[in-house]
Design a protein around this ligand. Structure first.
Ligand code: 15L
Length: 267
């Protein structure tokens, strides 16, 4: 297999659970981690429970790892304190460890919410100024900047995946635009892991949907071509899922419901 040991963080999350099975062909051993308890290790697996905010724990988590698929951390709007621990402090721990241990590549689950404040009438590419739509989005901007720095300073390669909405199927009209089918996510991950030189690449993770807000030309070198489309599910939505959906107040900005989710306070 191409890798001796791959680390998947966030293995207990929605995408982590799906990826657990599907990344197996790529490595002799997949090390799975999450802050919550996950199913015990099967053949070719190692399970380590870890809080990304714990520096020493993150360091030992990374030992013997060839590449990291970083899906861990807070994945929706939350208090600044929670987001800070996992997505800011935790990400810094991760990159410090990656650097110290000489790990060459990280695939970072960023989010389209780094540009969620762009109106839905605009097409955005990887060079567009960031316009996060909440503290969660801001933390993903931090991750993109941190990984950029570790590449420029130390040559550690990162592919930032600005994932749209990766579920079994679109759950609302907005997701007809932002949908990333699981099959396409796995293929995008494969491209991100196995393309020989990626430097620091930012790519939008989105299927071949009829309407799209994101232009991926800056990531052509990954050779990713989506095979799935939200159009497979068009009959579930009024007007075949046509965008914009009539009378939907979340239709103004790309971030949709995230625009009104925060801020969330601790007390
Ligand atoms: C995200 O960044 C979240 O992690 C995910 O749960 C979805 O809500 C997604 O964005 C989305 O915009 O649909």
């Amino acid at each position: 297999k191409p890798f001796k040991r791959l680390l998947l963080t966030g293995a207990g999350g929605g995408l982590g659970k799906m990826l657990r099975e599907r990344i197996k062909p790529w490595a002799d051993i997949v090390r799975l981690t999450d802050i919550v308890e996950i199913a015990p290790a099967g053949p070719g697996e190692e399970v380590v429970q870890c809080d990304l905010g714990d520096r020493a724990a993150v360091m030992s988590l990374l030992e013997g790892v060839d590449a990291v698929l970083h899906f861990g951390g807070v994945s929706v709007e939350d208090t600044f304190e929670n987001i800070m621990n996992a997505n800011i402090l935790g990400l810094h721990h991760l990159y410090e460890g990656v650097h110290k241990l000489g790990i060459r590549r990280v695939i970072y689950a960023s989010s389209s919410h780094v540009v969620g404040y762009y109106p839905t009438t605009k097409v955005v590419d990887a060079n567009a100024p960031l316009r996060p739509d909440g503290i969660y989005g801001v933390s993903k901007c931090f991750g993109e900047a941190l990984s950029r720095y570790y590449f420029d300073r130390f040559g550690i390669e990162t592919v930032c995946l600005r994932i749209g909405s990766s579920f079994e199927e679109p759950r609302n009209a907005r997701m007809m635009v932002t949908f990333l089918a699981h099959d396409d996510l796995v293929e995008l991950l494969r491209c991100a892991l196995f393309t020989p030189r990626v430097g620091h690449t930012i790519t939008f993770g989105v299927s071949d949907n009829p309407v799209r807000w994101w232009d991926n030309h800056e990531a052509d070198h990954l050779g990713f071509h989506a095979k799935r489309s939200s159009s497979e599910f068009a009959d579930r939505f009024p007007q075949g899922g046509a965008w914009p959906p009539a009378g939907d107040i979340t239709a103004t900005y790309q971030g949709g419901p995230f625009l009104t989710a925060g801020p969330i306070y601790k007390d």
